[in-house]
Design a protein around this ligand. Structure first.
Ligand SMILES: NC(=O)c1ccc[n+]([C@@H]2O[C@H](COP(=O)([O-])OP(=O)(O)OC[C@H]3O[C@@H](n4cnc5c(N)ncnc54)[C@H](O)[C@@H]3O)[C@@H](O)[C@H]2O)c1
Length: 485
């Protein structure tokens, strides 16, 4: 638990906001509000423990998904307490059990106490989200009194030497949220589906985001990491040059291009190819606007290139509830005999073998990038209130090279058929990675072959029909609150 001291240092000021100067006009912030969800809600833990750093949490929304689950495990290993919110729309509850098992084994091995891990199963757009934030929030006044739940209408003061002082209403109270950082993974992610059915994409990826940010602002939780994507570069990805963060900006920036020429980047992007890509671009625009309007936010948008691979145990990996459309899960299905043949979309790109080139990054490297981003923002290493980072390897591989690696890792042949290009696809997408290396002190380490070995290990242990032990159709209690500490 020693790492938790470091964790407690995460953005301490940003998670405290004074109720005397409310940041929202919502009546819930007004001391004499008659009905308050905040005070009516249960606060499970002893509020007097608040000063103790080990009571701080990182909230991971969409934390049982592919990237989220690997990130949660890395957060736990680094000593962070984690709250997961996930509605299981594209994942299974079984992932939580596996996470718990892996974390317990890890902490048993190193002989340390495991950080807390809480899971709530619901849609982050629902009213439950406010309840969760209030559950991890306590109120203090300048006399160091703690406001506790006391009946349906009013807060009551406890442990004080000042209860003779005037009413609660006249006091300047502070809301202290023990959530010091948020990583927001929850979104729909299929390029193809977003073209067919854009509305749910805009609803989940954008409407949900805006309301969530408003809520976090109200609770003073302002260290926010957003899952963005290389898709924000739109048709820049067809220019066969590594993509720099400055190729898509939200406020004017100067930079040096690949020929050493100084250039000015104008806000915007070119040729977005799908509603999904637009949700990520617009999400970044919204985040940038919010951060620049109130620089107490620390918002980091991480532009993932192509996450692949699995945890080395073979217990975590990519196993979506929805039909997969990404290359690697589809190859896996073909290898497992669940699909007869792999379609290669487009063999006429301007690349070495005609298939599309991507920057494939191991999901564990990617997961660690999130921790680097949270820590850099909290320590003040990132000076801008909004900053984007590419998370990739800086190296490209063609689709055929990926298939070859998976064939070698599995010692099996993948039957393929060549078909035309898919709507929304681009030919060449490689990250320029200097910014993340310099400012986040983070670098991807694993090779494509290591990714392939881990993918095949996960497929054998967790996905094959004989090894599959997921409880897939089960409904669960929306207040399901499993915890280990
Ligand atoms: N995987 C990729 O190739 C890739 C690339 C670039 C960006 N991204 C982005 O990274 C994030 C995570 O991607 P992933 O591959 O882990 O996806 P995923 O679908 O495996 O994980 C997303 C998780 O969020 C949950 N979720 C979705 N909507 C929710 C809601 N309204 N409330 C609560 N939970 C909700 C899902 O159940 C799922 O567990 C997404 O935002 C995605 O757009 C992914």
């Amino acid at each position: 638990m020693s790492d938790l001291v470091e964790f407690g240092a995460l953005s301490p000021s940003s998670s405290v906001s004074s109720l005397a100067t409310p940041v929202s006009t919502d009546p819930i912030n007004t001391p004499d509000t008659d009905v308050s969800v905040l005070f009516d809600d249960d606060i499970e833990e002893n509020p007097l423990d608040l000063a103790v750093d080990r009571n701080r949490y990182i909230l991971v929304v969409g934390g049982l998904g592919y990237i989220g689950s690997h990130t949660v495990l890395e957060l736990l290993k680094e000593g962070y307490n984690v709250i997961i919110v996930d509605d299981l729309s594209n994942s299974f509850q079984n992932v939580f059990d596996r996470l718990k098992l892996l974390a317990e084994n890890y902490f048993q091995r190193i002989g340390e106490q495991m950080p807390a891990l809480h899971f709530y199963s619901f849609d982050y757009r629902s009213a439950m989200m406010r309840k969760i934030l209030s559950r991890y929030t306590t109120y203090v006044n300048p006399w160091n009194c703690v406001c506790e739940k006391a009946g349906p209408t009013r807060p009551r003061l406890v442990r004080n030497s000042c209860c003779n002082s005037p009413s609660v209403e006249s006091m300047s109270r502070q809301r202290i949220c023990r959530i010091t950082g948020v990583i927001h993974f929850a979104a729909f992610k299929s390029v193809e589906n977003s073209i067919r059915e854009p509305i749910p994409y805009y609803q989940n990826n954008l409407c949900g985001l805006v309301n969530f940010l408003d809520l976090l602002n109200e609770f003073g939780v302002k260290n926010f990491v957003f899952s963005s994507s290389a898709t924000v570069y739109g048709s820049m990805a067809n220019k066969s040059i590594p993509l720099k963060e400055e190729h898509c900006v939200h406020s004017p920036e100067s930079y040096f291009d690949h020929d050493g020429e100084e250039r000015k980047a104008i806000p915007g992007t070119f040729g977005l190819t799908s509603p999904y890509g637009r949700t990520k671009f617009m999400g970044e625009c919204i985040l940038s606007d919010i951060a620049y309007s109130d620089p107490t936010w620390k918002i980091t948008a991480l532009r993932y290139f192509n996450p692949v691979g699995s945890h080395e145990s073979g217990l975590l990996g990519e196993d979506p509830r929805q039909k997969p459309t990404n290359l690697v899960p589809v190859v896996t299905k073909v290898l497992l005999g669940e699909m007869p043949v792999l379609s290669i979309f487009g063999t006429d790109w301007n690349t070495s073998d005609g298939t599309a080139v991507r920057d494939f990054i191991h999901v564990v490297d990617l997961a660690r990038g999130h921790i680097a981003a949270l820590a850099a923002a909290a320590s003040g290493k990132i000076s801008d209130p909004f900053r984007t980072f590419n998370l990739g390897t800086g190296k490209g591989h063609t689709v055929r090279e990926v298939i070859d690696c998976l064939q070698r890792a599995s010692s099996m042949e993948v039957p393929v058929q060549e078909v035309g290009r898919r709507p929304g696809d681009v030919g060449f997408c490689i990250a320029e990675v200097k910014r993340a290396e310099t400012e986040l002190n983070w670098k991807a380490e694993k090779s494509l072959y290591e990714c392939a070995v881990d993918v095949w290990n996960f497929a054998k242990k967790s996905l094959g029909s004989s090894s599959r032990c997921y409880d897939k159709g089960r409904d669960i209690d929306p207040w399901c609150h499993l915890s280990i500490s």
